[in-house]
Structures are given as C-alpha cells and as structure tokens.
Design a protein around this ligand. Structure first.
Ligand SMILES: Cc1cc2nc3c(=O)[nH]c(=O)nc-3n(C[C@H](O)[C@H](O)[C@H](O)COP(=O)(O)OP(=O)(O)OC[C@H]3O[C@@H](n4cnc5c(N)ncnc54)[C@H](O)[C@@H]3O)c2cc1C
Length: 381
C-alpha cells in the first residue's frame, strides 16, 4: 500500500492551490459580503478542467480521477467555500450523463459540461421532500414524444446561472423511490422558470434558488437512463457529491487550523503569546488530528471510486466525519480568536458560517449514519 500521491495528483493539487491563492483568496470576503456569484471564475475553472474532473478525455473531461478531484476541491474550499460548492455541484452534474446517458446525450451535453461551456445543476430537493426524496411530488407525465413536468424544486445550487438541470421527477404511479426518473432540462425550455433566491447564513457567494416547472415539455430524448431509474441515478451522483462535500469541509477545517495557528502565535495576553497556553495548544492539536483522519477517509473513498470499487459507505463516512469536523474546527478557531473572531474583519467569521451547511446538504449527518448503518447491516445479511 502506498501513501504517496502520484506526480499528476500533486500537480493538480498545486495548480488548484495556486489558482485559489491568486483568484479566490483576495476577493472571497468581499464576494461573500456582496453575494456575488463569480461567473468569470466559473469560466476560468472550466478552462482549467476543474468542472469535469472525473469525466474521461473522450467526453471532454480532465480524466483526473476522484483522488485529484478531492485534492483540488479542498484547495478551492480553503480559500472560498462558496466557489468550492459551485465546483462540486458542477462535477456532480456530469455524473448522471456519464453513467446513464446515451451517446447522443453525452455528445450534446456531457462534453460541454465537462469543458465548462455549460454549467449544470442538480435538482432533487422539494419543499416536502428533503431527506426523503422518495416522497417527492414533482411529476413528469409521459405524453408520447415528450414528458410534461409540473412541480417545484427548492435549494438548487446555482440554479439561476445553470444552463442545464439534472432533474429527478416522478414518472410512475409507484410509491416511494420507485417510479422516479432522471432528465436533463435546458434553461429556456418553455414552462421552466427560476424562482426566489435564498438569503443564506453562509456560502453567500453561492447562488441558491427555487426552480418552477409549469407544464414544461421535456423532449423524450432528454430522459437519462431508463424510466424508473431516477432514484438510482440520483444516489450514484450523490456518492460522488459526498466526497466532494467532504473535501469542501476539509478545506474549511484546514483554513480554520491555519488561521488559528497564525493568530495564536501573534496574539499576546498575560505577557505571552496565547499559543503558549496549553488550552490553545489542545484546540490546535484536536483540529489537526481530525484533519489528518478526514484526509485519509476522503482519500480512501476517492481511491475506491477510482478503482471502480463500491464506495457508498466510505463516501458517507468521509462526509459525516469531515463535515462535523469542519463545524468543530470553526468553533475552535473562533474561540482562539476571542472577540475578534466574531468580527467580519477576520476570515474565521466566514469559515464559521460556511462550515455550518456541510452537515446538512447532500444528506444530513443523520442521513449519512443511516446510509453507513444500512450498508453494514446488509453486509451481514
Ligand atoms: C445551501 C444549500 C444548497 C443546497 N443545494 C442543493 C442542490 O443543489 N440540489 C438539491 O437537490 N438540494 C440542495 N440542497 C438541499 C439539501 O440537500 C437538503 O436541505 C437536505 O437534504 C435536507 O433536507 P431538508 O432541508 O428538507 O431537511 P429535512 O429532511 O426536513 O430534515 C430535518 C431534520 O430531520 C432529520 N431527519 C430527517 N429524516 C430523518 C431520519 N430518517 N432519521 C433521523 N433524522 C432524520 C434531518 O437529519 C434534519 O436534522 C441544498 C441545501 C442548502 C442549505
């Protein structure tokens, strides 16, 4: 077993680190304050291959693999967690077409998504269907040459700016997660409109909106996978999504640690730097230990994905552990900064707000525990 990254993986990490330091770090706080969704940055990331990292080169992707994807995403999140979410959702949006799309769909959409020419979003959540997508009410009725889609999706990341939507809707009368199907829907399709923009605690330069479908005619050829396979399509996309969110959380936790060390070495109380106090050292040690553990959980899940092995349980473990760690680290980092951490002048204030959502989206911590336990119990059947 090797603990060594390949030369290519190291290069991807350094490229993303360099990009984040130059293009994100200096402006992230202001974008957060003004709630600016940085379309120019999305374009740049597309050109660097950061939006289709797990897509093979024949479909326009960087073909870098999941390990490189996680390393790069971490670096982006270290400087700007909002941009990391954009990157994560853009990459997740390639998964349904990559695994279930036909060749026509791949050449029409996947190549453009992977090259960054199109931005994709992923629409699963509804007002009454969050942790339980099987209870969704959006319908897509088979009308011969098209499906007629009606309903509302909520919390859709960069839905206002996306060119195409990966949409999950109910096509069959079956209850629960059966009877759902996946579609790719283009912006501008009559009957499809973008609704209210959410005003969020954190990730304020990521865009979050409602999407409305009102007698929206989606051509039959835009069905992704077979009718009824929608839940499976969504879950496979979310497996990859979860290693992405775990990486975002790890980037946030690492930033918390670095900010804490920097501050603790400078700030003096009782005639000494606060870094000389054991209480502060323990907080730093706890953050660093969690970061190390998270790193290996993420790499192990990503490595399994790259090897074509099952990684659902590992992805959930990585997401659960690292998102909880990011929250703990943000709490400790703010504690180390004292009252100053509560001010917008310090990066930890933004990290604290940005960390919060990582235990919520793409499956709450409670849902991750359900997934992990279900997988373990199944193994012992
Ligand atoms: C910033 C942001 C961006 C998002 N982006 C997207 C996106 O791009 N696309 C998309 O489709 N969705 C997106 N979401 C939605 C997100 O995935 C959901 O919010 C999440 O899945 C939780 O659903 P919910 O909010 O309805 O909470 P609920 O499902 O109502 O959960 C409420 C509470 O009950 C708990 N709970 C629920 N069921 C169980 C159970 N069986 N056992 C134990 N506890 C349970 C939950 O863990 C939680 O604590 C986003 C959300 C946010 C905040």
């Amino acid at each position: 077993m090797s603990f060594q990254l390949t030369e290519e993986q190291e290069m991807v990490r350094l490229m993303a680190r360099d990009f984040a330091a130059k293009e994100l770090e200096p402006v992230a706080a202001e974008r957060d304050r003004l709630e600016i969704f940085p379309l120019d940055v999305v374009k740049q990331m597309g050109e660097l291959g950061l939006l289709g990292m797990m897509v093979p080169a024949e479909y326009g992707g960087a073909d870098a693999g999941a390990v490189s994807y996680c390393l790069a995403l971490q670096e982006i999140a270290y400087s700007c967690a909002s941009t990391a979410l954009t990157m994560s959702v853009a990459n997740l949006s390639t998964e349904p077409l990559l695994h279930f799309g036909d060749e026509a769909q791949k050449s029409e959409y996947l190549v453009k998504l992977a090259e960054g020419e199109l931005l994709g979003c992923f629409a699963l959540t509804e007002p009454e269907a969050g942790s339980d997508p099987g209870s969704m009410s959006m319908t897509a009725d088979d009308r011969g040459d098209h499906y007629l889609v009606n309903g509302t999706k909520v919390f859709i990341t960069h839905g206002e700016y996306a060119d195409v939507v990966n949409l999950i809707a109910r096509t069959g009368p079956e209850k629960g997660s059966r009877g759902l199907s996946a579609f790719i829907v283009e912006k501008g399709t009559p009957g499809f409109s973008v609704g209210a923009r959410e005003d969020k605690l954190g990730l304020r330069s990521s865009n979050t909106v409602e999407l409305h479908f009102n007698d929206c005619r989606v051509p039959k050829e835009n069905l992704v996978g077979r009718p009824g396979a929608g839940f499976k399509v969504a879950m496979i996309a979310l497996d990859s999504g979860r290693i992405g969110i775990a990486s975002q959380a790890l980037g946030i936790a690492r930033a918390c640690l670095d900010e804490s060390i920097r501050y603790a070495r400078k700030r003096r109380q009782f005639g000494k730097t606060i870094s000389s106090f054991e209480a502060i050292q323990w907080m730093i040690a706890d953050m660093a230990t969690g970061i190390e553990a998270s790193n290996w959980l993420i790499l192990s899940a990503a490595w399994k994905k790259d090897k074509g092995l099952p990684f659902t349980r590992e992805a959930s473990m990585a997401k659960l552990f690292t998102s909880e760690l990011a929250n703990k680290s943000a709490y400790l980092a703010l504690q180390i900064h004292g009252g100053y951490g509560y001010l917008k002048d310090f990066k930890v204030e933004r990290l604290y707000r940005d960390a919060r959502v990582t235990t919520l989206y793409e499956g709450t911590s409670e849902v991750q525990r359900l997934v992990i336990a279900k997988n373990l119990l199944k193994e012992h059947d």
